[in-house]
Design a binder for this molecule. Structure first.
Ligand code: NI
Length: 130
């Protein structure tokens, strides 16, 4: 049986900004937690939507035609194929739901882009490959 997982507890263990950690899998989606601060990088995911849920703090999702503000408790789905750039002035704790094939920074080569292996690192459970 899968254990109960606590988002706050998982987030407390995250030590690095912009380094999502996979904490679960639902069918073809990974559930991840991340701490973010500052600005990421402009990118898009050609074939995958991406869900951002703010556990703590405030996140600004920048789009080419305007910003979406996410406060604690808010979630937002970034549509596939749309350029976006997440940003947080102060440290922000988030939950992400992303398709297993989604790359961290989309089609952009980001200096701090993390591989799926890195996003699984340090976890005490393994998520079976399909
Ligand atoms: Ni993205």
């Amino acid at each position: 049986m899968n254990p109960a997982v606590n988002f706050l507890g998982e987030l407390e263990q995250v030590t690095e900004h912009w380094s999502p950690q996979i904490v679960g899998r639902v069918n073809d989606q990974y559930v991840k937690v991340a701490k973010i601060k500052g600005e990421f990088v402009w990118h898009k995911h050609e074939n995958e939507d991406e869900l951002f849920y703010v556990v703590k703090g405030r996140l600004v999702m920048r789009y080419e035609n305007g910003d979406i503000i996410l406060n604690e408790g808010d979630f937002h789905v970034v549509p596939k194929g749309v350029m976006h750039n997440p940003q947080a002035d102060e440290e922000c704790w988030i939950v992400l739901v992303e398709t297993v094939t989604t790359t961290h920074a989309g089609d952009t080569e980001a200096e701090h882009s993390k591989t799926i292996e890195e996003q699984l690192a340090g976890r005490s459970f393994e998520i079976p490959a399909r």
